[in-house]
Design a protein around this ligand. Sequence first.
Ligand code: CA
Length: 252
Amino acid sequence: MPIITALIIVQYLGPDYNGGVAGEHILIVEDEPAVARGLLYGLNAEGFVTYWADRGQKALEIARDKDVHLILLDIRLPDINGFDVCRQLRAQGKRQPVIMLTASDEEVDKVLGLELGADDYVVKPYSLREVVSRIRAMLRRSYGELANSNVREKLSFGNVVIDLEKMQVWRSDQLVSLTPTEFRLLRYLVSNPDRPVSRDMLIESVWGYGSDIGDDRTIDVHIRHLREKLEDNPTSPRWLLTVRGFGYKFKP
Ligand code: CA
């Protein structure tokens, strides 16, 4: 069976961030020393500060103790697999972007099927340049756009409050756990009230221009999850409306 290794990008929204200067801290979680060394060397040369964990447990410890802006996370690790590392990070409230390194079609399928949200992937062989550009884009998307724009800090509808600065969503004073993709979709929709937004526009807003990753179905799945988390009656939504044959609309 041909081994296809993909780079799956699961995006989380980040910790405190200083606005996109060089020297962001990248945690590399990879048990194969040669692969890790290549990444460490390459990322250091690009000006990133790097940490290396060769085990899932160690990754969790570093993520807990250090200020990490982004995590490169292998799925096949000797102790805890990458999926579970990712879940545990989220359970601990860690929301920085995680780029998952996968080694087979099966893993790609699994990541795509998980609610933790595969936002993007690159099929191996990926070059260091590719990885670096993905990292930069992800950092920009996760941290930069809010740091650089004069967005309002909070938006609300019904019993839902969206804290754009803290990247948190509250419903009836309860913190709602959204994936980063869900957060970006929601932010885009509520920033364009009463305006029908096509699926293509949503894909572009979330994955970037020219992305061939997010397809219509992916958008629909994320919207469904958003409705389940935010609407009183998800099957008959009040705010996140479907525009038949086109896309969606936020009705404030
Ligand atoms: Ca591995």
